[in-house]
Design a protein around this ligand. Structure first.
Ligand code: ADP
Ligand code: TYD
Length: 208
C-alpha cells in the first residue's frame, strides 16, 4: 500500500541529506518513489517558493501562500502519485507551517488548523521523520554550508519556538512521528532510518 512520508526539522538539521538515501532504500524493495518538497514541488509552487523565501510579507499572507502552494502540490503531485500506488517522500509538509508560522512566528494555531481543514481534510502523512537538533548545531551546519534565505536568517528565539512546536506535535501525534536524534553522524542516522523504513511494511495507508 502506497505511503506518504514527510521529512521535518529546523533548517540545518540534515533533512535534505537523507531524502535520497530513504528513497533508494524503498526503491531497493521494488517500490516506485516520488520525492518532492515544500514549498514547491510544482511549477507554481516553485514560483511561490521564490517569493516566500525572499520577500517580506504579512504573516497571514505567508501562511496562506504556503497552503496555496500545498493545494497545488497535493492536486498535481501527491494525490495522483498515491492514487497510482507510488510512495511519496516530501521534504516538509503541513507540520512545517505549524512549526514555522505557528511556533516561530506565533500565528494562532486555530488559523493553521482552519487552513489544514480546507486544503487536506482527509490526508495526513503515514510517517513523519522529525530530524531534531539543538539550535547551535543547526546554526553551525548552516553557516558552514550555504547562503541563508529569509527563514534561515531568523534569530535563535525563532528557531527555539519552531523546534518546540515540532516537538509538541510529535508528542500530540505519536502514531505517525518518529523523532530522530540528528546530532549523531550521518552514518548513525542512516542506520536508524534503515530500521524505521524496514519496519514500515504492512501498515495501512494514511488516507482517513
Ligand atoms: N549528521 C550530520 N553531521 C554533520 N553534518 C551534517 C549532518 N547532517 C547534515 N549535515 C550537513 O549539514 C548541512 C545542512 O544539512 P541539510 O541536509 O541541508 O539540512 P536541512 O535540509 O535540514 O536544512 C549540510 O552541509 C550537511 O552536509
Ligand atoms: C513548507 C514550509 C516551509 N517553511 C520554511 C522552512 C524553511 O526555512 C523554508 C524552506 O524549506 P527547505 O526546503 O527546508 O529549505 P532549504 O532547501 O534551504 O533546506 O521554508 C515554512 O515556513 N512553512 C512551511 O509550511
Amino acid at each position: 500500500m502506497a505511503k506518504f512520508i514527510t521529512f521535518e526539522g529546523i533548517d540545518g538539521a540534515g533533512k535534505s541529506t537523507h531524502i535520497g538515501f530513504v528513497a533508494d532504500l524503498l526503491r531497493a524493495q521494488g517500490l516506485q518513489v516520488v520525492t518532492t518538497r515544500e514549498p514547491g514541488g510544482t511549477a507554481l509552487g516553485e514560483a511561490l517558493r521564490e517569493v516566500l523565501l525572499h520577500q517580506k510579507m504579512h504573516l497571514e499572507t505567508e501562511a496562506m501562500l504556503m497552503f496555496a502552494a500545498r493545494r497545488e502540490h497535493l492536486a498535481q503531485v501527491i494525490e495522483p502519485a498515491l492514487a497510482r500506488g507510488d510512495w511519496v517522500i516530501s521534504d516538509r509538509f503541513t507540520d512545517a507551517s505549524f512549526a514555522y508560522q505557528g511556533g516561530g512566528r506565533q500565528l494562532p494555531l486555530a488559523k493553521l488548523e482552519a487552513l489544514e481543514q480546507w486544503v487536506h481534510p482527509h490526508l495526513q502523512p503515514d510517517l513523519t521523520l522529525l530530524f531534531d537538533v539543538p539550535l547551535e548545531v543547526a546554526r553551525a551546519r548552516l553557516d558552514a554550508s550555504r547562503t541563508l534565505d529569509k527563514f534561515e536568517q531568523e534569530k535563535a528565539a525563532f528557531f527555539a519556538a519552531t523546534r518546540a512546536e515540532y516537538l509538541r506535535r510529535a508528542t500530540q501525534y505519536p502514531e505517525r512521528f518518529r523523532v530522530i536524534d540528528a546530532t549523531r553522524t550521518i552514518a548513525e542516522v542512516r542506520q536508524e532510518l534503515t530500521q524505521i523504513i524496514s519496519s514500515l511494511s504492512g501498515k495501512q495507508s494514511g488516507k482517513q
